[in-house]
Design a protein around this ligand. Structure first.
Ligand SMILES: Cc1cc2nc3c(=O)[nH]c(=O)nc-3n(C[C@H](O)[C@H](O)[C@H](O)COP(=O)(O)OP(=O)(O)OC[C@H]3O[C@@H](n4cnc5c(N)ncnc54)[C@H](O)[C@@H]3O)c2cc1C
Length: 262
């Protein structure tokens, strides 16, 4: 079974600051980690490999420093790491990211199963997994909480729903995105860390990937972020007391003073 896990490097904090002038993330001094949901994806791939044999390849798209996310996955037990990195990919939205990742996957030998996290904790869109499946024209199941059975040609999974779960069977090759209920990710072993240090990471870019220049980076991104900002913190409210007519007139005068109504 040839398994590919897509992992994203994200800031290790939810307190991300945004540069008010450029509207971009301030990444300096912020520790970068493997997206937590992707650790469940790596763990599940390793468990499937332990059960049925095969290889686990981890793929990330990001700047050169995303190399360390791949090494983290290798230290957990993944076999190979692939870094999709090129200046031409900068500014990609989820559509262009999905396209570029799908083109990276196409450079790998036969792939049976692709596993993604449910969502990235920074972008939070949960679009990339399904997007990659669409671009590769393969089926997918999102929000998988358990892999019940897997064979060379199919996979049966439990998909988390708001009330309960669905049991879904899908032919392979296919893609799943996983939720944290699926497993407990293992810690890296010392042997794994040594292996990760020495591992050769393959870099994929516009010279060795068959990408259409019109579908990558800013040009290939139909989404436009007009403004990014951190909402201002609001200070404590005011409790207004009195009878109903008093309250109504106080609320009305407050709204009028804010210029919302005349
Ligand atoms: C207009 C626009 C411009 C942008 N410009 C930039 C930019 O210049 N630089 C920048 O860093 N970001 C940029 N982004 C953000 C970038 O598009 C998203 O971070 C990226 O597409 C992933 O989306 P997400 O974080 O919502 O991931 P989700 O869809 O929530 O992730 C789901 C799963 O997909 C996989 N996945 C997601 N991203 C990757 C990845 N990169 N590599 C491997 N697997 C992945 C993981 O398994 C993850 O758990 C831009 C976004 C927009 C809308």
């Amino acid at each position: 079974m040839n398994i590919v896990v897509l992992i994203k490097q994200v800031p290790g904090t939810t307190q991300v600051k945004i540069n008010p002038d450029t509207g971009t993330l301030i990444r300096d001094g912020v520790e970068a980690v493997v997206n937590p949901f992707d650790e469940y994806a790596i763990e599940e791939a390793l468990r499937i490999r332990e059960k049925v044999g095969g290889t686990v390849k981890v793929v990330t798209m990001g700047p050169p420093q995303a190399d360390s996310a791949l090494r983290t996955a290798i230290s957990m037990g993944a076999d190979e790491g692939y870094l999709i990195s090129d200046r031409a990919f900068a500014g990609s939205d989820t559509w262009a990211t999905s396209y570029t990742l799908s083109k990276g996957i196409e450079t790998l030998e036969e792939v049976d199963l692709i596993i993604c996290g449910k969502q990235a904790i920074d972008g939070d869109t949960a679009q990339v997994g399904p997007g990659v499946a669409e671009m590769l024209n393969i089926p997918f199941v999102a929000w998988v909480r358990k892999v019940e059975e897997i064979t060379d040609t199919s996979i049966r999974v439990e998909r988390l729903m708001e009330e309960g779960y669905d049991v879904v069977e899908m032919p392979l090759p296919g893609l799943i995105t996983v939720v944290k209920e699926i497993n407990t990710p293992r810690m890296a072993s010392l042997k794994g860390k040594m292996k990760a240090k020495k591992a050769v990471i393959t870099t994929l870019n516009t010279t060795n990937m068959n990408t259409d220049p019109k579908r990558i980076g800013l040009e290939g991104s139909p989404t436009q972020v007009l403004r990014s900002f951190v909402p201002e913190k609001k200070s404590g409210g005011e409790i207004i007391q009195g009878d109903v007519s008093d309250l109504v007139s106080k609320v009305k005068s407050t709204i009028q003073s804010l210029g919302v109504i005349k």
